[in-house]
Structure formats: structure tokens, C-alpha cells
Ligand binder design. Structure first.
Ligand code: TRP
Length: 326
């Protein structure tokens, strides 16, 4: 049997190209080697967005369209919406008994989130975020979990939960291992971490004119004022992107910039074109998909129908080994 991969993303809006190069291209690759479960984790989104969930449904469609446009394949992988498989809630509840509060109270990911987003009060659901995440992975007996470094503390908690469960009842769950995805591989157009809240993202959905406008806002070497001035590509955002999107031409760009034969405006035009060509096919596919919400709903239904029997089987086993009525 092939090993299983599980990962999830919260539906908070459109996918930006930082997700694409950092995470989703990895997810794509894993489809070849593993049985993959990719979930849109709307209950996780609720832990912070519970006061105004009005955009949740729309965001689910946006995320799904992006995933499918990139090439995540609903035949090959199980692509599903967390809240359509209610078993996750039951497993979350049962696992919560195994979690001493201090594990959650010292969770560095939560502390950072509180610091960064100024969450005034931590609710019980947010506190239990890693436990819900454990229920996602364990439900499908996931072996490998592609995540960014920020999620490593959660994986540690999840492994502790698995060890407790296996020791107390029966060893039915594997200890999931992370596959590290490179989170800050691609910086935002202002040179900071690419993030929706910083408003510095390029989205898969951006048409060529928008890409062009954003590329022209990028910061280059401030000492290179005119075309003839020698530039320092290593501190230039445009060059940073070109290393990723046009590796074949990178030496020419470096040389042209340093020698002063390549101007920033021309180089930005080149990058805008490269990005527009790279993202064009994704954007066209996502536009088609987003235009048909009925079809997207069917795809979610299809995924939930594949996930649910596995979840039911796991829950049957869980109740059995704990000694609950099934
Ligand atoms: N916590 C993850 C994030 O914020 C999302 C997530 C939910 C997840 N359940 C998961 C990731 C299970 C990996 C496995 O990025």
C-alpha cells in the first residue's frame, strides 16, 4: 500500500504565488508517489473568523478553483471540504481528552499568531486548533504531512497525541512525519514575506495588466537610478523573482544589471511577461472553474464521498478500541 499524505489549507481567499511555488507545487509532486488527501479546512478557518463568516463559502470556491487549476487532481487525490466529513468533529472531541492544557498553552505557533494578529482573546476552539488538525491527519492514518516550519510545533503536539492514544487504547495510528515545504521562498512585491494582510501578493488570478503594475512597484537597487548605473542584483526584488521564474536567463540578467546595460524598467517588463506567461494557463483554468459553482460543488461532493467511508471506518475502529458504542 502506498503511504498517505495529508495536508490542509484554510479557505481565507485566493491563492498567491508564494503558496504556488512554496507549497502547492510540492503537493502536486507528492501526488505521484503517495495517496494524497488535501482538505479545505473550513472549521480551522472558523477558529479565527467566527464573528464574520460571510465570505467563507466564496473563499472555499476560490481556493478549490485555484487548486484544480494548478493541477491537483480529484481522481488521483482525495480533495475535500473538512466540514462535509462530520467524523472529524467526533475524533476531535475524543482526542481532546488526551491533551493536557499545557501542551496547548505553550504552543509557539499560537503565541506568534496572537502577537502578529492582535487576537484580543483566545477562544476554546482556537486553543484546540492542533487537536482538530490531529483529527484531520489521523482520520486517514496519514504518514506524511507537507507543512511549513510554522506548523512544526503542531506536528509535535499531534505526535504526542498519537503516542498517548496508541499507549492507552491500541496502536492503530502511525506517527505522522512532516515534509517541510519552503515557506518564505518567494517574497512579496515589497521584499517582505508575501502575505495577504501586508497587501504585497501576486495572485494566480491576476491578469497580465495587474501583474505588470505590481512588478513595476517592486523595489530594485536604490543606487541604480539610470539604466547605465551598475546595479546589485542580490538586493533586488525583481532579480529574486527571476531566480525562481527564469533560472535559465539568470546569468545574463546578473551581468546586464551589474554592467549597467540592462535597465530596471526593461528588466521589469521582462519579468512581467515571464510571470504573465507562467500564470496565464492557471488563470484561464481558474476563471472557467470559478464560473461554474455547481461543478465545484459536485467536485466537493465527490471528494467527500471518497473521504467519508475511510473516516467512518476509522471512527468505527476508534470507538471499538476505546470501548464506546459504535
Ligand atoms: N494548520 C494548517 C495551516 O494553517 C492547516 C491544516 C489543517 C493542516 N489541518 C491540517 C495542515 C492537517 C496539515 C495537516 O497551514
Amino acid at each position: 500500500m502506498r503511504e498517505r499524505v495529508f495536508s490542509g489549507m484554510r479557505p481565507t481567499g485566493k491563492v498567491h504565488i508564494g503558496h504556488l511555488v512554496g507549497v502547492l507545487e510540492k503537493w502536486m509532486e507528492l501526488q505521484k508517489e503517495y495517496d494524497c488527501f488535501y482538505s479545505i479546512v473550513d472549521w480551522h478557518a472558523m477558529t479565527t473568523d467566527f464573528e464574520d463568516p460571510s465570505e467563507l463559502k466564496e473563499n472555499i470556491f476560490q481556493l478549490l478553483a485555484d487548486w484544480l487549476a494548478i493541477g491537483l487532481d480529484q481522481e488521483n487525490s482525495v480533495i475535500f471540504l473538512q466540514s462535509q466529513v462530520k467524523e472529524h468533529a467526533e475524533l476531535h472531541l475524543l482526542l481532546s481528552m488526551l491533551v493536557p492544557m499545557p501542551w496547548l498553552e505553550r504552543n509557539p505557533t499560537l503565541k506568534e499568531q496572537v502577537r502578529e494578529t492582535h487576537i484580543p482573546k483566545i477562544n476554546y476552539g482556537l486553543m484546540g486548533y492542533p487537536v482538530l488538525q490531529a483529527s484531520d491527519i489521523l482520520m486517514y492514518k496519514g504518514n506524511k504531512v507537507p507543512v511549513g516550519v510554522d506548523q512544526l510545533p503542531h506536528l509535535e503536539i499531534i505526535r504526542e497525541i498519537v503516542r498517548s492514544f496508541n499507549r492507552l487504547y491500541k496502536p492503530i495510528f502511525p506517527e505522522p512525519q512532516e515534509i517541510l515545504t519552503k515557506t518564505p521562498k518567494l517574497l512579496g512585491i515589497d521584499g517582505r514575506k508575501m502575505s495577504k494582510s501586508l497587501d504585497n501578493c501576486i495572485y494566480l488570478a491576476d491578469p497580465p495588466e495587474v501583474i505588470r503594475e505590481k512588478v513595476h512597484q517592486m523595489v530594485t537597487d536604490p543606487q541604480k537610478i539610470r539604466r547605465g548605473d551598475p546595479g546589485r542584483p542580490d538586493i533586488c526584488s525583481v532579480f529574486h523573482y527571476q531566480q525562481i521564474f527564469s533560472p535559465g536567463k539568470i546569468e545574463d540578467v546578473r551581468h546586464g544589471c551589474e554592467a549597467g546595460t540592462l535597465g530596471c524598467v526593461e528588466n521589469k517588463n521582462n519579468l512581467a511577461k515571464t510571470l504573465a506567461d507562467y500564470l496565464g494557463p492557471y488563470r484561464e483554468r481558474r476563471e472557467q472553474l470559478i464560473g461554474s459553482q455547481e461543478k465545484l460543488k459536485e467536485i466537493l461532493e465527490y471528494g467527500a464521498n471518497k473521504a467519508r467511508p475511510i473516516a467512518q471506518q476509522t471512527m468505527h475502529e476508534v470507538r471499538e478500541v476505546i470501548g464506546l458504542w459504535s
